[in-house]
Design a protein around this ligand. Sequence first.
Ligand SMILES: [Zn+2]
Length: 71
Amino acid sequence: MTASRTASAPAPARPHRHEHGWITESRHPTSEGVIVYVRCAECGIRRVDLIPLCGLSQAAASRPAPSPPTA
Ligand SMILES: [Zn+2]
């Protein structure tokens, strides 16, 4: 389990460990990606995620291409 330490440091105000159950509060598409505001349904902590556009389906469509020939 955890290493046994006999330090008498005051425990910070930390809720019991749990796996956060993130629920999406809102999402906002921007030019850089989709900003998703999520909140843990159990402890209420909030988090902001940025889902980059380039990391999704656009990656397959975007590939280095030479400059278009100008006639
Ligand atoms: Zn939580």
